[in-house]
Design a protein around this ligand. Structure first.
Ligand code: HEC
Length: 98
């Protein structure tokens, strides 16, 4: 019986070990850091654009819902699924204020 507990404990360790791995992705949970990590390579550090277009004043162009969809799904030229759902929401709200 004792062995069963050891196996169970190991299994739990493995499971939590894996989920903390994917937490890498979640390390940055504010809009500015998420943007800096995942978006600035294409959109520039100060939102003024690089490979991708400038992303300032998005609130004047999109509703929050449209922006969230664009960021989640990407476009013809921009990759989608760069972020977790939660990160997408955070970065969308952050972009709406810039
Ligand atoms: C690989 C480069 C790349 C990355 C990474 C990238 N984008 Fe883009 N993004 C683009 C390109 C290129 C366009 C223009 C897309 C088009 O016209 O189809 C675009 C368009 C946009 C637009 C619409 C701009 C407009 O004026 O309509 C927004 C908003 C946007 N990106 C936000 C983001 C956010 C937020 C991230 C980070 C999660 C991100 N992008 C990551 C390349 C990128």
């Amino acid at each position: 019986m004792k062995q069963l507990w050891i196996v169970t404990a190991l299994a739990i360790l493995v499971v939590t070990g894996c989920s903390s791995n994917s937490a890498n992705n979640k390390a940055a949970m504010d809009g500015e850091s998420i943007y800096a990590n995942k978006c600035s390579a294409c959109h520039g550090e100060n939102l003024k654009g690089a490979v991708g277009p400038a992303v300032v004043n998005m609130a004047g162009k999109y509703s929050e819902k449209e922006l969230l969809k664009l960021i989640t799904e990407g476009t013809a030229q921009m990759p989608g699924n760069l972020l977790t759902d939660e990160q997408s929401k955070i970065v969308t709200e952050w972009l709406m204020e810039h």
